[in-house]
Ligand binder design. Sequence first.
Ligand SMILES: [Zn+2]
Ligand SMILES: [Zn+2]
Length: 473
Amino acid sequence: MTVPDGLSRRGLLKKGAAAAAAGAAVAAGGGLAAQASPAAQTSGPAVITGRTFRAWVSRGTGPGRTKLQDVKLRPVTGRMVVVRTEATNLCYSNVGVVLGIQAAPPTGVAAPANAAAVGGTLAGTDSMALIQGHGGIGVVEAVGPEVRRVQVGDRVCVSGTPQCGSCYHCLRGRADICQLLGRNLASDLIPVADLGDGTPVYSNSHIGGLSELMVTWEEWIVPVVSKASNVDLGMVCSCVSVAGLGATTSGTLATLAPGSAVAVVGCGPLGLSAVQGARIAGASTIIGIDPIRMRRDVAMKVGATHVLDPNVEGDKLIDRVRALTAGPTNRTWSGGRDSGGRRSGAGADLVVEAAGAEFVRSKLESGPDPTGILPMQQAYQMASAGGHVITTGLVRGTIALPAFLFAIGGVTHSGGQAGGANPMRDIPRFVEMLHAGRFDPKALATRVVGLRDVLGAYEEVAYRTTITALMVL
Ligand SMILES: [Zn+2]
Ligand SMILES: [Zn+2]
């Protein structure tokens, strides 16, 4: 890439060092984020770069709310980390906030705490200037005085899921739901830059990504040592691949034993990463389910042993999965494998639900239920007795399940934020899967664009004419 004036690392460091030497101390805003991560507890000098950079900034409502703007970086304090962006995934969950289009609101369900990151905007953030994106990869350009996890020059993943390492969830092995994850309400965000007119600019979910710089905090940073290309590393470190690989290989939520049967409901980039994770973990039967033919084709290419079209299977989808996962025998006393109850076939040992709601109607095939509820119900019912369901899709509505099955069917369900991935433990391991040639990133990154073409690529993501898209700088 070409480095505009003032953006070179050396230039930045020179300015940063000069400012640090001047001993500038800077206070930052309040709110939960300030308590949790940045400058409230700062003792050392801030790093002032005076640097400007380009970022896709959202503000207001409706189409056109996201514009490419020049913003000026604020002082780097406390545990702040500034990363020169190399690649960012255009996550489907941000279609609404980036393109300014609204999906039908959920009925009877309160918005999740991190709704700004995963779907529509939250009250209060519409009027804020927000750098869009949630994570990516890049090279550290500046760190606040309290940062320990990385140094300037390190290549890092800016993880969609933070890991503070000291909250209740992190300490009991559930870094996927670290306390900081939900702390991105309007009152939690703190400004990281300013527009030319002085308007404060915030990073979506404290991370941003659709910009030349990601201005974030140490808790969202995972060092990765890799010489992989920006596309390949950007894909494997994306929120969707981390979730798919996390669900199948992290062991946090379910253990996938070699030789097991796996069903993946929904073969977008997350589901296709789960298909790959199942292959890497040694599953013997891997069933990919998706209404879009192109996605089923990719599923076969990256490791599925079977694919099913829910529009073709209709009411028979669950029976088909149960039949495909039946063991070689169901004879009593002979190692029989059956449903463990009164149902047909056997069922998958692990089901990863990765369908979710359609935000806008697909320009390719659409599934039987755009709310995502039906695929989630089916996912539960295609698990074996004693099996495990990990749900990752963002659905609209309330799920109903057969109570008998739910009560005593032996199925364990895990709500799979990031697929249970523990960022600091698992992301470096996922990168090793890339290095070993076991994870195929290019099958998922079917659209790669530069900074200027982000909105066009986001439309392709929205209308599902690509598996996913990466912005690469
Ligand atoms: Zn995402
Ligand atoms: Zn934590």
